[in-house]
Design a binder for this molecule. Structure first.
Ligand code: DC
Length: 214
């Protein structure tokens, strides 16, 4: 059983994907964390994420133990992830890691949930269930802002206008890139969480998965 969950930043796809993994006892992979880990390694080496050589080197040396590091959650890393993710050689270098996770899920789980931007279209085009989660960019910016505010322990408070500008910039890059752009698979269930509670979105996703498994 493979479930593909795609969507833009702060759409609620991660929460949904995690809950689906729990409900159906599946392994879970947040594929955005792979691009974030690549961006973090590039930044730590002193290079710019826009440097294709540095980005490819980091992707080829991707250390999966770093994908849970809190440092990958920073805004500069998110921006860098979106930049390295637009490079075809970087995407190619980490494609197999994702496919392998889906085909041989860790922990002897009977399947996997992967969330990202191109899971239903490129990484797992034969997924049993595909879900595309979206929400109005203002709604997403508000959510991300509140999340950052809760997470911040000291230092400058997040600025909501900057959060919005950052999301608009990332959306444009993720949707507009030539390779594996963010777009719903033709057979994906579209869930707009602007006005849909996470509970209602979860129920709709479960209905889809249940139909796929009968
Ligand atoms: O889901 P996220 O915000 O953690 O992802 C960070 C960036 O990584 C995102 O801006 C685009 C890129 N990404 C991608 O191109 N393909 C994926 N499957 C997952 C993430």
């Amino acid at each position: 059983m493979i479930i593909a969950v795609d969507g833009p930043a702060a759409s609620g796809k991660g929460t949904l994907a995690r809950r689906l993994a729990e409900r159906y006892n599946l392994a879970y992979l947040d594929t955005g964390s792979l691009y974030r880990a690549v961006a973090l390694a590039v930044l730590q080496s002193g290079a710019e994420p826009s440097d294709p050589k540095a980005a490819l080197k980091a992707a080829e040396a991707l250390d999966l133990t770093t994908i849970d590091a809190p440092a990958i959650r920073g805004d500069d890393v998110a921006r860098g992830a979106s930049i390295v993710a637009a490079m075809a050689p970087v995407r190619l270098a980490i494609k197999d890691v994702q496919r392998h996770f889906a085909q041989a899920p860790p922990g002897s789980k009977p399947g996997a949930v992967l969330d990202g931007r191109d899971i239903g279209t490129v990484i797992c085009p034969d997924a049993d269930a595909k879900i595309f989660v979206d929400a109005d960019v203002n709604v997403r910016a508000r959510r991300r802002y509140l999340e950052l505010k809760t997470r911040k322990s000291g230092g400058a408070s997040p600025n909501e206008a900057e959060v919005l500008a950052d999301l608009i910039e990332r959306d444009a890059r993720d949707r507009g890139r030539a390779i594996s752009p963010l777009q719903p698979a033709e057979d994906a269930l579209l869930l707009d969480t602007s006005n849909l509670s996470i509970e209602a979105a979860f129920q709709a996703a479960c209905d889809l998965v249940d139909q796929a498994t009968v």
